[in-house]
Write a protein that binds this ligand. Structure first.
Ligand SMILES: Cc1ncc(COP(=O)(O)O)c(C=O)c1O
Length: 325
């Protein structure tokens, strides 16, 4: 295996704005492990500290770093999400103007989400038609206006899932390697929720660079496995090209069996998993992402899909705001 420095060497030339509070805790879930009859660890990426925490802060470390290096003074993104709310907070802290284009008119927005945007001084725009064309038209109009005002605009992918955002999870993978080195615990399986893809892309590239022997399993939050795998492959290849490293796409593993009735709709298995994590470990999961990923983990454990001496790492990617909506 290469040294951990190989990851840092790859990341070195990309500025990191250090928004996340890391390393995040990794520890054994002892009661859940006894209950499931296998050795389960958790990486608390919900506790990345800044704003509402979660995996988005890791992406913002590099996205804000890149925006500042490019001397941007304005950020723009779309949709009310954990990414756009944390981006709004990060932009403010670094003195950037932040514009977010929301889907639907003002009266249709979630009041808690709006309160956070207002707290962070975000400039909100509303694309009142709900179609993708309406959002694109409003986006193009606003970005055109900002450029006419000679703003230096930095565009943020709605989930922070572009090549620069992916660097955050290459860095997170380095933390996993560091933990393994210090503790002597090797993770045979790593399980997490996958949506806009940069989390899994970063982890997979971190694995490729370091040659750490593990299987990274993305539990799909919304897409069929073949579609999600292709999205991951595309971003991973683009990012590998940017970094000038090889990427082995045979490592991409996605399981779509735990989406339940659909994206953002509660599933019975997800709710059971959420209850188990809360009751056994006092760990809170959300119903859109982490609860469903945990349902996959529990299914694997119950169906003896982990072998006896394996260590499994569950990455808790956040979703904290979803707990209060
Ligand atoms: C809590 C949570 N977990 C996981 C994900 C998926 O991460 P990614 O979008 O990088 O695939 C998201 C994305 O929105 C999320 O909010």
């Amino acid at each position: 295996m290469h040294t951990i420095n190989s990851i840092q060497q790859v990341l070195d030339k990309y500025p990191n704005a250090r928004i996340s509070i890391t390393p995040t805790p990794i520890y054994n879930l002892s009661r859940l492990s006894s209950h499931l009859g296998c050795s389960v660890y958790i990486m608390r990426e919900d506790l990345t500290g800044f704003a509402i925490g979660g995996n988005k802060n890791r992406k913002l470390d590099y996205l804000i770093g890149d925006a500042l290096q490019k001397r941007a003074d304005t950020l723009i993104t779309t949709k009310a999400s954990s990414f756009s709310r944390n981006a709004a907070a990060a932009g403010k802290v670094f003195g950037l103007e932040v514009h977010v284009i929301l889907v639907g008119d003002e009266s249709e927005q979630n009041s808690n989400s709006q309160a956070l945007f207002h707290q962070f001084g975000t400039i909100l725009h509303y694309a009142s038609g709900n179609s993708a064309e309406d959002i694109t038209a409003e986006y193009d109009r606003i970005i055109g206006d900002l450029r006419n005002q000679e703003k230096a605009v930095y565009e943020l992918h709605p989930g922070g899932s572009d090549s620069i955002g992916s660097l955050g999870y290459i860095n997170a993978f380095d933390q996993i390697i560091q933990y393994s080195k210090n503790s002597g615990i090797h993770f045979n399986k790593i399980i997490h929720s996958t949506g806009s893809t940069a989390t899994q892309v970063g982890l997979l590239l971190g694995q490729c660079i370091s040659e750490y022997d593990t299987t990274i399993i993305g539990m799909a939050a919304s897409q069929k496995a073949d579609v999600q795998k292709e999205r991951i492959r595309e971003l991973a290849l683009a990012t590998a090209q940017m970094l000038e490293i090889p990427f082995d796409d045979s490592k991409i593993v996605v399981d779509d069996r735990f989406i339940g009735p659909g994206y953002a709709i509660q599933s019975e298995e997800g709710e059971n998993a959420t209850n188990l994590f809360a009751l056994q470990e006092g760990v809170l999961l959300d119903s859109v992402y982490t609860g469903k990923a945990a349902a996959g983990l529990i299914h694997y454990a119950m169906n003896e899909m982990f072998s006896e001496n394996e260590n499994v790492l569950f990455i808790h990617t956040g979703g904290n705001s979803g707990l209060f909506y």
